[in-house]
Design a protein. Structure first.
Lengths: 113, 116
């Protein structure tokens, strides 16, 4: 059974700080990883995806992937109150699970002014 | 902008009735769409993979006779919740892949189903 685990929340950071969201996955065959943001009552929206080991930066967001440790993270720099949401980590498995996304339970982030 | 359109956004129905939810890909063809369900304060759980022109593939524990999926065209998949019960009340979200197989999924706006 594939599992994606996210660091327990909720996470609260002051405005302007760096928010760090972490995720581990169990399937060594997983090929790619995704971070989605979900506001209450809304569907998830894609923030970033990462396929290769290392860092990938997009604006205030940086995704980090370490396949050896089966670990993926999302850093949000200069956090804003509008970043307050639930962040979902997902992996796309390999083998017979290829193409399907398995989601973590989500981490609630609150950015306070 | 939104690339996957879902309708309706919310629906309230009586126990025992059926409800159809539509998922459309906008400006692209989706041979595969995915249907997820999300209960309050829980994460998304994949229900089934909808394949154009063939039968859907259901995840373990999902009743295929209760959740009917039809993917009759390259831009439309429908999920019908048959004989709905209050425990079926949930947030149903469809998704599709834009582009090649390795592309990320984009989600529709979701359908909030309440069964009374």
């Amino acid at each position: 059974q594939k599992e994606v685990e996210q660091n327990s929340g909720p996470l609260s950071v002051p405005e302007g700080a760096i928010a760090s969201l972490n995720c581990t996955y169990s399937d060594r065959g997983s090929q790619s990883f995704f971070w989605y943001r979900q506001y209450s009552g809304k569907s998830p929206e894609l923030i970033m995806f990462i396929y290769s080991n290392g860092d990938k930066e997009d604006g205030r967001f940086t995704a980090q992937l370490n396949k050896a440790s089966q670990y993926v993270s999302l850093l949000i720099r200069d956090s804003q109150p509008s970043d307050s949401a639930t962040y979902l980590c997902a992996d796309r498995g390999g083998g017979t699970s290829y193409g399907k996304l398995t989601f973590g339970q989500g981490t609630i982030l609150t950015v306070h002014p | 902008g939104a690339v996957v359109s879902q309708h309706p956004s919310w629906v309230i129905c009586k126990s025992g009735t059926s409800v159809k939810i539509e998922c459309r890909s906008l400006d692209f063809q989706a041979t595969t769409m995915f249907w997820y369900r999300q209960f309050p304060k829980q994460s998304l759980m994949l229900m089934a993979t909808s394949n154009e022109g063939s039968k859907a593939t259901y995840e373990q524990g999902v009743e295929k006779d209760k959740f009917l999926i039809n993917h009759a065209s390259l831009t439309l998949s429908t999920l019908t919740v048959t004989s709905a019960h209050p425990e079926d009340s949930s947030f149903y979200i469809c998704s599709a892949r834009v582009g090649q197989f390795a592309s990320p999924l984009h989600f529709g706006n979701g359908t909030r189903l309440t069964v009374t």
